[in-house]
Every structure is written in C-alpha cells, then in structure tokens.
Design a binder for this molecule. Structure first.
Ligand SMILES: O=C1O[C@H](COP(=O)(O)O)[C@@H](O)[C@H](O)[C@H]1O
Length: 230
C-alpha cells in the first residue's frame, strides 16, 4: 500500500495537523452522505489529537466512533482505550460504539461487534508500536492470520488480552490516518513506509493512507551522505 508521509516538528504539531485533517474529512463526509464513521485506536497519540479537535468545527451529532482495539479489562479501568476515548469526547454528542470486552462469551462478543461495523469506515486512526504492531495486531499472534472475521481476540499482550479489528476490517477504511511520535518509532516507521510486510503494520491495506509523524520518528535512519564543505 502506498503511504503519504508528512513529517512535522513535534507531537503537538502531529496532534494539531491530525485534528484539522479529521475535522475537514468529517465535514466533507457528513455533507456527502450524512454520517462520518471513524474508528479510533488506543495508545497515547489519539488523545492529544482529540484535545485539539475541541477547537475545530466537527459535526459531532453525525459522527459514529468505533474502536480499533481494546484491552479486556473492567469498565473505567485506566488501561481501557474507551476510558480515554470517553474523557476525550467529553460532552461531544458523538455516537460511541464500544467494543464489548466485558461479555462472558468474548468470541460471541467479537462476532457481534463485527456485525455492528459499517460496510466502510470513512476514517481509521492507527498507531504504531516500537515492535511494529498496530491496532492489537501484535507480532507472532495467531490474530495476524485471521481472514474470516472482522473482529478477533489476541493472546495476552503487555498485560491484557485484547479485542481488535482484523486486517479485513481495516481494509474497509477509505482513509487511514497514522499518528506516530517518538524516536522509538523511527525504525518501525521506516519499515512501514517501505512496505515491509514482516511487521504487522506493514500488512494493513486500505484505500488511502496518510502517515503523520514527528521529527523524532520521521527523520529516518541515519545515512552516510556527502559531507558539507568546511
Ligand atoms: O498498544 C497500543 O499502542 C499502539 C501505539 O500507540 P501510541 O499512540 O502510544 O503510539 C496503539 O495504536 C494501539 O491501539 C494500542 O493498543
């Protein structure tokens, strides 16, 4: 998949640029088909973007927010992506379609969440882990090979079992927006934009992809180049 890479100065510039992009796309989608379907990941980067979205014009009453992934943990747990998503949205009247990670039968819950997904996402936000994971598509987990379900469960990873959209679900994205900050993301980012399918993020397919990175992540591996004249 081709990725358009935009490198800006720092995490604050990533958040501001992303918020302006999301607001413009939400306005255009609502004008075109009355609804904006937006799937949001966890991590750290989305909440900074949501803070900046508070200063943008977003037609929240026509926005449906889905989760890209979630940790299996109690409601309100600080490790839950939903906890941060709800805090970030505040009083914005968006519809939030939460992953049902507290159901007794998690396989049935994942299947039900899959049935609730739209045929297309106007926008999917993704992050990138230092190990190349995205969503909860984590290295060496059997979830990477799921092709017959839209939502699946992982083995425990960093303290929690996870529920995640699978590659077929992510492929419903008309647009993917990656938010990538920090020097520990430099190597996986260069592999992502090079189309390296050996990392989980490198296997995501979607109609279009914009990668927003800060300079710490996006300056690429150090290369030997021509010396400047003294
Ligand atoms: O574990 C996770 O981390 C990644 C990366 O998040 P970041 O915003 O801290 O860079 C995230 O995309 C994923 O949803 C989450 O489960």
């Amino acid at each position: 998949m081709h990725h358009e890479l935009q490198v800006v100065a720092d995490p604050d510039a990533v958040a501001g640029t992303a918020a302006a992009f999301v607001a413009r796309l939400a306005q255009a989608c609502v004008q075109a088909h009355g609804r904006f379907t937006f799937a949001v990941s966890g991590g750290h980067t989305p909440w900074a973007m949501f803070a900046r979205l508070a200063h943008e014009h977003v037609p929240w009453e026509h926005v449906a927010v889905f989760q890209v992934d979630e940790r299996v943990a109690p409601d309100g747990d600080p490790d839950r992506n939903l906890t941060h998503l709800r805090e970030s949205l505040g009083a914005a009247p968006a519809e939030v379609i939460a992953m049902p990670v507290n159901d007794a039968d998690l396989d049935a819950a994942a299947a039900a969440y899959g049935r609730s997904l739209p045929g297309r996402f106007d926008l999917v936000h993704l992050g990138l882990g230092p190990d190349g994971h995205t969503a909860s598509l984590v290295p060496r987990d059997p979830v990477l090979e799921v092709s017959d379900r839209l939502v699946a469960l992982t083995a425990p990873y960093m303290g929690h079992q996870r529920m995640t959209l699978t590659y077929p679900a992510l492929a419903r994205a008309q647009q993917v927006l990656w938010l990538i900050t920090g020097a520990d993301k430099r190597e996986p980012l260069s592999r992502l934009v090079a189309g390296d399918r050996s990392i989980p993020a490198g296997r995501v397919e979607a109609a279009a992809s914009l990668v927003l990175a800060d300079a710490a992540a996006g300056q690429g591996p150090a290369r030997a180049g021509p010396q400047s004249p003294a």
